[in-house]
Design a protein around this ligand. Structure first.
Ligand code: TMP
Length: 233
C-alpha cells in the first residue's frame, strides 16, 4: 500500500504541523519545500500562517504588524492574536484538517507564549486560558522549532527591508522570546523537533525532512495499532 493511504487509512484527520522561531530563523524559506515533499507522498497540503491565514485574520495581522501602532496595549495585542486565531481556526485550519489535508502553519500558539509571554512578560496562565477557549483541545502534532541566536536572526531579518512592529523590538526582547521557545521544547520533547537554524541552508532542509519522516513513521505505527489486527488497510 502507498505511504499516503497508510497514513490516512484509519485516521481521517490530517496532521497539524507548525513552524516556529524568532525572526530571521528561516522557517518561511522551508515551508514551500516541505509542502512539496508532503505532496510528493500523495498527501493533500494546506499552507498557512499566523497571525493571518483567513481574510479577517489577515486584516487583524495588518493591525498587529503596523509599525505605526507603537504602544499598543499588551493585553489588546494578546486578544488580537487570539481573535485572528479563532477566525483562522474556523475558516481555514479545522476545515482543512477535517477534510484530511495536512496543515503547515507558519507560527501558531507557541508564538503567543514566546512573544506575548516571554517578550511582553504576560502571565502564561492567561495565555493558557485563551488557548483553551479558542482551540479546545486542538494542539499541533509536530512543531519544528528553528533555533538560532537572536543577534544573527535580527541581522538577517533587518537585511530584508522595512521592519514591522515586532522586528523593531530590542535584542533583549528576542532573547526572552527564544528562551520561552526553548523552555517549551524541553517541556514537550514528543511534540517539538529542534532545528539548528544557524546551519547551512541544505543542512537545515535535511533536518526538516528528518523530522517529517519521523512523524510519518509514528503515524504509520499508530494506524496499524488502531486496527488491532496488525494489518494495514
Ligand atoms: P511573521 O509571520 O512575518 O514572522 O510575523 C509575525 C510576527 O507576529 C512575528 O514577529 C511574531 C509575531 N507573533 C506574535 O507576537 N504572537 C503570535 O501569537 C504570533 C502568531 C505571531
Amino acid at each position: 500500500m502507498s505511504l499516503s493511504s497508510a497514513v490516512k487509512s484509519k485516521r481521517e484527520r490530517g496532521c497539524f504541523i507548525t513552524l516556529e522561531g524568532i525572526e530571521g530563523a528561516g522557517k518561511s524559506t522551508h515551508i514551500a519545500p516541505l509542502s512539496t515533499l508532503l505532496a510528493s507522498m500523495g498527501l493533500r497540503v494546506v499552507t498557512t500562517r499566523e497571525p493571518g491565514g483567513s481574510p479577517i485574520a489577515e486584516r487583524i495581522r495588518a493591525l498587529l504588524l503596523d509599525p505605526g501602532n507603537t504602544g499598543m496595549d499588551e493585553t489588546a495585542e494578546l486578544l488580537l492574536m487570539f481573535a485572528a486565531r479563532a477566525e483562522h481556526l474556523s475558516k481555514t485550519i479545522r476545515p482543512a484538517l477535517e477534510s484530511g489535508a495536512w496543515v503547515l502553519c507558519d507560527r501558531f500558539t507557541d508564538a503567543t507564549y514566546a512573544y506575548q509571554g516571554g517578550g511582553r512578560g504576560l502571565d502564561p496562565r492567561r495565555i493558557a486560558a485563551l488557548e483553551t477557549l479558542v482551540q479546545g483541545d486542538l494542539r499541533p502534532d509536530l512543531t519544528l522549532l528553528f533555533d538560532l541566536a537572536p543577534a544573527l536572526g535580527l541581522a538577517r531579518a533587518r537585511g530584508r527591508g522595512a521592519a514591522d512592529r515586532f522586528e523593531s523590538e530590542t535584542l533583549h526582547f528576542f532573547e526572552a522570546v527564544r528562551a520561552v521557545y526553548l523552555e517549551r521544547a524541553r517541556a514537550s520533547p514528543e511534540r517539538y523537533y529542534l532545528i539548528d537554524a544557524a546551519a547551512p541552508l541544505s543542512d537545515v532542509g535535511e533536518q526538516v525532512e528528518q523530522a517529517l519522516r519521523a512523524l510519518i513513521e509514528t503515524r504509520r505505527g499508530e494506524t496499524v495499532d488502531v486496527s488491532g489486527t496488525g494489518e494495514e488497510a
